[in-house]
Write a protein that binds this ligand. Sequence first.
Ligand SMILES: Nc1nc2c(ncn2[C@@H]2O[C@H](COP(=O)(O)OP(=O)(O)OP(=O)(O)O)[C@@H](O)[C@H]2O)c(=O)[nH]1
Ligand SMILES: [Mg+2]
Length: 436
Amino acid sequence: MIVGVQLPGVTGAEVEASLDELEALLDTAGAEVLDRVVQRREAPDSATYLGRGKVGELHDLVAEVGADAVVFDDELSPAQQRTLEEHVRQKVLDRTIVILDIFAQHATSREGKAQVELAQLGYLLPRLRGWGTALSRQAGGQAAGGVGIGGRGPGETQLEVDRRRIMRRINKLKRDLKGYAQVRETKSAERERSNVEVAALVGYTNAGKSSLLNRLTGADVLVEDRLFATLDATVRRLELDEGGRDVVLTDTVGFVAKLPHGLVEAFKSTLEESADADLLLHVVDASHPEAEAQIVAVREVLEEIGADAVPEQIVLNKADLADRADVDALARRLRTELGSEPVVVSAVTGEGIEDLRERLRYRLPGRRLRISAHVPYSRGDLVALVHRRGTVLKEAHDDVGTELIADVDEDAVLELREFLDEDPFERPPEPWESEA
Ligand SMILES: Nc1nc2c(ncn2[C@@H]2O[C@H](COP(=O)(O)OP(=O)(O)OP(=O)(O)O)[C@@H](O)[C@H]2O)c(=O)[nH]1
Ligand SMILES: [Mg+2]
């Protein structure tokens, strides 16, 4: 049984869409949803999340359909969870634990596993219960008087032992994760030194990030019609032009609405790699009815991890599935609202992929321009510079100098300026270049 609350300012359709997503998450986690309950409220009840009357109804409904768990589409407080379990008489779960469960199933690297375990323990710690809580509550005044030993029931001791064990484990995981992060930092520092440009694929889960990585680079990353298929970061090199200009593309964990804070915290060091990228390729499932809400949710996480300052290229994927008019309308809205020009692609049919590569060439800081120049023999240094820093496509010699067609960076263009046949800066800008 899944349960949602419709708060003021949220439409019924939005609540249903969020419950659809919870259902997809549960399906991925291996559970089947039998029925759903929605209640309109001014605010969640602090003790029972739903109103008291509704909790009674929920109990009856759960018994009637034979559900063995109730999943709330939000993170419940430990106290709410406990109280609800007492009333519903079945296991009470929330969206967070479902996402944590999927992450735990999918993590394969040591770092990924450690990150998930850290998030799980952070979730578990305040929810540990046993005799201890009940006893200490009963002992109340006595225990508060400092009667340490007498006030402790055996359960409480066990609980404290468990707590301490978990705390030790959390500290160990944090230390391990620091180590992994250092290794990754060293790698990315190496990339920086070698001047490699980095574009990070980011986006909502199931948007097609891994499919695009595969399509662009011939990689072989697992693609699945499941949420959170990718948890471990993958890095692939993509050749951007004949001249050997490379970009490193990274694929990581996707985002989801109401992404548990503990997970963002635990995955921070992985996610933060996006903040160091030169460009974010924000992949959107353009065929999804909630595409725009998903863009907003992704932006929120990007902000939280400090990646909102990185230039962003929106990639409207699954064009083959989407209705063309819808995609056009979405692209128009993005253009006016965000002032950014999306590129429309399909990782499956390959539509728009060339366009995307072109966009990468232009939007990465080390963009190159095609020039045609006539350099006098007295400026052999400039010819050497083009050979050193760019890619020569054609070279010919006549009585006065060297004729060159080449791809070079912007600084080289400026140095060559007086010898260029035409100024590459003066051609009409492409629509997306103006924003750069
Ligand atoms: N029709 C169609 N399906 C696509 C396209 N791109 C991806 N898919 C499908 O969408 C599903 C998800 O694709 P993935 O590449 O795994 O998505 P992802 O963004 O990496 O997802 P996570 O790793 O789970 O966050 C798969 O079933 C893909 O086959 C596309 O352009 N068209
Ligand atoms: Mg993936």
